[in-house]
Each structure stands twice: as C-alpha cells, then as structure tokens.
Design a protein around this ligand. Structure first.
Ligand code: ADP
Length: 502
C-alpha cells in the first residue's frame, strides 16, 4: 500500500502527524495512506508560499500560465486514467469521473488563456492631462480548501486563476479524496512550478482551520454551509483577509402546469439522483403543479424504482455509492425524520437489496433512492435542511407561478434551481424571482460551465469561486492616476494652489 507525502516548497515531505487512509466507497478497498498535517506543517507550507510570493508576482501572466498549459495537456492525455481514479476514490460513476477531469482542463484552459486577455480598465479622468486606470495586483497567498465531490475540478477552480493572477497557494484536498490531491500535486511537480508557489498539505478539518488562521491573504472554500459560515465569520474579523465561500443548497425543480412532462421527469431524475444526490446543486425538492402532479409522480416514481445503482466503473451505472459511512447514516437519519414529519413514502430503496449490490462490493456505502410526498409547511426540517443524498420530496402546489416561487424560495439556502414550463412568462418570472445563484430553464438543475459564475445567494455563499469570480477574490484593485502635464490640476475643482504666509 503506497504511503504518500505532503508537497511543500517543491519537496515531497513525510508528515509527522498521524496517518489516515483513503478508501474506495464502492468496495471499501484501501487506496493509499496519507499524512494528517499538523499545525506546524501547515504553517511551514504557508511560510513557503509567502517566501515564494515576491518572485512569482514578478513573472508575467503569460509566463505563469505556461506552467498551467503543461497541466492542461496532462489532464487531457490522462483523461481515462484520471477519470477512473476519481470514480474509485469518490464513488461517482465513470462518466462523471471523466467529466470531473474535463471540467478541470476547461478551467485550466480558461485561466491560462485569460493570461493574454486585457485586464483592468482604462478610465476617463475629468482632467484631460491625466490618465486613470484600474489595475489589479495579486493578493499574495491564497488558502484553498476543497470538498471531495469534484476532487479534480474544484481544486482547479480555486487554483488555476489564483496562480495566473500571481498568487501562491496552499491547498488542502478533502480527507475523502487525498489520492486525487496527490495526483494533482504530482502534475504541478512535473510542470516544474517554482518551489513554494504551489503547496499541498493533506489532512482534515483541523488542517483547514489552520490554513484559515494562518498568514494567508485570501481563503477560497467550497464545502458545507456549517464550515463555510464559520470561515466567513472568522475571516470577516480580520480586515486584512478575505474569503470566498461556496456552500450547499436545498435546491428545487419547479414543474408547472405548462410543463412538457418528458422534460420534467428527465430533468428531475438527473437533478435528484446524478452523483447519488451529492452535488451541491442536486435537488431534494420537486415542486409540482396539481394539474400535472399525478402523472409526474407516476413517471418519476417508476424511474426512481428502476435507476441503476451499482459499480461506478461500469458504464451502465447511473448512481454509484455515497462517499462514506457518515453520509449513509445522515441519509437514513433524514429519511426517518421525513417519516416523523408526516411524509408518505413513495419509493424506499434506502437499504439497497443485497442482490442489487455488485459482486465484491459488499463493503461499499450503498444506498438507493428515497422518494416521498408531503404537504407543504414552511417549517418542516426535511424540506429545509440539506441531506446530500438521493432523498427527494414531492410537494404539490396549486395556483400560479408565484405560489411555486414562494415555496421554492422558502429556504435559507439559495444555490441552484430549475423550472420546467413551456410558458415563457412563467419561465421569465422564475428567472427574475428565484432566489438562487444558478438557475436553469427546461434543464436539470445540474452542470457548471467554467466560464459562468458558480455560487449562491443567502446561506449558500458569497463570491463565486470559479472563473471571473475568483479574480475578484484573489486580486486587489489599484486606482492609478498619472499626470502627463507639468502643471498639477485636481478633479472636482479642488485648488492646486499652495498659499504661503507672507
Ligand atoms: P463536506 O460535507 O462536503 O465534506 P465539509 O465542509 O465538511 O464538506 O468539508 C469541505 C472541506 O473543508 C474539506 O476539505 C474539509 O476537510 C474542510 N474543513 C472541514 N472543517 C473545516 C474547518 N473547521 N475549517 C476549515 N476547513 C474545514
């Protein structure tokens, strides 16, 4: 069994803390042993990043991007192999494992290509002899803390732009996917990135907290609301730091009386069950108009009864396992809670039947769809709290699109949502009033393209840690004004005369 290291200041460093193992969620097999970073190891990584910052910012954007182009090619060349590693380590079916790698090279391409685009603004001055500009500078050291469910794509959302903009990084992969972290660190090493510019430490939440506490200028975080809010609060207390956090949601798909039900059912199944409900954009609420409710329910339930749960490396699989035992426990706990709150259960494959578990996978973290209907009440916990699993509520509504929106928006989260309707007025009303950062019309509530901002409103986040959103978080602006005259003239009619005492 391979034992891996941290990557700090251009070296592979054996950790001094305890070891932990990464397991394949489909089989229970151990994939590798990793060191759990201690506080002093995190501090050493941050110090290395600070020491490297000055020289790195002296490179041009284009030169910095060259290292990322190396990685872009490697991600493409190793697509199949890396897709399998993603599937093996986090349990996503192989199509999604490969899509994770594709999204990563899209992000790298965006960031490295952007190095040749104009940056900043040329701004008119009211004084003709002055040139005014908005210019950007790197903030310095960026601490990146990422989750397990997109173990290759999300790290590149955080790091590709940060590096091209001239920051150095300290990154902690999720404790569930350290092997993906290892592979990414090997790529930076192969690309010959200067020592200290990219640092990766393995570990758990305590190591993440040490990054947040440490001498970093910006924190980029993607993960749970609970942790993200704590980070946002902590960083807000230090005026020299900023944080951009993207958290989960209690997302909904609205199916109106004008919906094409083929689109509605297809969208709902994709939104609720893809990635076994473990995307931050997965939808756990389906808000369906009374006129189409019975037919939608029948068709959705039929598919939920039959979607293929199985070996993530089998291309016929639709849903792999959930990531770990904690996630299985949470899923069952929320299914029980829904029952206690009055749910009528429609599909219960929560304890997957033994014959559905593929051979040799008995130690995997298997669950299947759990679908119920429930009368809408604003305070039901099962309609408000994120489960992060294939736990889906059908909620019937009567009335116009505003009633659907009322239910849709009645959660503290605001990450993603979708509407299915053939009526453009309903669609546009939804577009304008849905309280979410990502919204889809006649599509599943799924999918991120790197050139779009990705982030939520309300409890789901601040900032949008992908593409251009990251530029805001990892740079600071300078308003730069240059006088082209030998006379000093000031704006707003302010006198430039210096009067002296006689
Ligand atoms: P998830 O529910 O997706 O596992 P978490 O928020 O628990 O989400 O984890 C996302 C990332 O945040 C992981 O890398 C994890 O180790 C890290 N993390 C967990 N707790 C903390 C914390 N208190 N401070 C900083 N990072 C943390």
């Amino acid at each position: 069994m391979a034992k891996y290291d941290h990557y700090v200041d251009g070296e592979w460093v054996a950790g001094e803390g305890e070891d932990f193992e990464s397991h394949n969620p489909a089989t229970g097999e151990t994939l590798g042993t990793f060191p759990r970073a201690t506080q002093s190891e995190v501090e050493t990584a941050i110090e290395a990043a600070n020491d490297a910052a000055e020289a790195w910012r002296d490179h041009s954007h284009v030169d910095r991007a060259e290292y990322l182009w190396e990685i872009y090619h490697e991600l493409r060349d190793r697509h199949e192999e890396l897709g399998e590693i993603v599937s093996m380590e986090c349990g996503k079916e192989i199509g999604e494992g490969k899509a994770d790698v594709t999204e990563a090279w899209h992000m790298v391409e965006w960031a490295a290509g952007d190095a040749r685009h104009p940056r900043g603004d040329v701004v008119p001055s009211e004084i003709a002899s002055k040139d005014a500009y908005m210019r950007r500078k790197p903030r310095g050291v960026v601490g990146c803390i990422t989750p397990w469910n997109f173990p290759v794509a999300i790290p590149f959302w955080h790091m590709a732009v940060s590096l091209v903009e001239g920051n150095t990084v300290v990154w902690k992969p999720a404790e569930q996917t350290p092997w993906c972290g290892q592979v990414i660190a090997e790529m930076f090493d192969d690309a010959g990135i200067p020592d200290g510019v990219f640092n990766m430490i393995q570990g758990f939440g305590d190591a993440g907290a040490d990054i947040v506490d440490g001498d970093v200028d910006t924190v980029l975080f993607t993960g749970s609301a609970e942790v993200g809010h704590e980070i946002a609060r902590q960083v807000a207390a230090d005026p020299a730091k900023n944080a951009s956090c993207e958290m989960g949601g209690k997302n909904a798909v609205v199916v109106t009386e004008e919906a094409d039900l083929d689109v509605a059912v297809h969208s709902a199944v994709m939104s609720s069950f893809k990635t076994t409900g473990q995307r931050c954009v997965s939808s756990e609420r389906l808000v369906v108009h009374a006129d189409v409710y019975d037919e939608f329910k029948r068709r959705f339930v039929d598919l939920a009864e039959s979607v293929a749960v199985g070996d993530p490396l089998d291309p016929e699989t639709f849903m792999g396992p959930v990531v770990d035992a904690d996630q299985v426990e949470k899923f069952h706990r929320y299914n029980d809670l829904a029952r206690e709150e009055g749910a009528a259960v429609l599909v219960d494959r929560a304890d997957l039947a033994a014959e559905e578990i593929p051979d040799g996978h008995a130690d995997g973290h298997w669950v299947g769809p759990f679908v119920y209907e429930i009368d809408y009440e604003p305070d039901l916990r099962c309609l408000n709290e994120e489960v992060f699993g294939p736990h889906v509520a059908l909620v019937e509504y009567d009335g116009g699109i505003d009633r659907a929106l009322e239910i849709h928006n009645d959660v503290e989260y605001g990450l993603a949502g979708a509407i299915v309707s053939e009526d453009y007025r309903q669609i546009n009303r939804y577009r304008d009033r849905a309280e979410v950062g990502l919204a889809y019309g006649n599509l599943p509530c799924i999918g991120a393209e790197v050139q779009l901002p990705f982030g939520g409103v309300k409890k789901s986040g601040n900032g949008a840690p992908s593409a251009r959103g990251v530029i805001e978080a990892v740079t600071e602006r300078t308003a730069w004004t240059l006088n082209n005259s030998s006379e000093i003239e000031l704006a707003q009619g302010l006198s430039a005369d210096i009067t002296t005492e006689e």
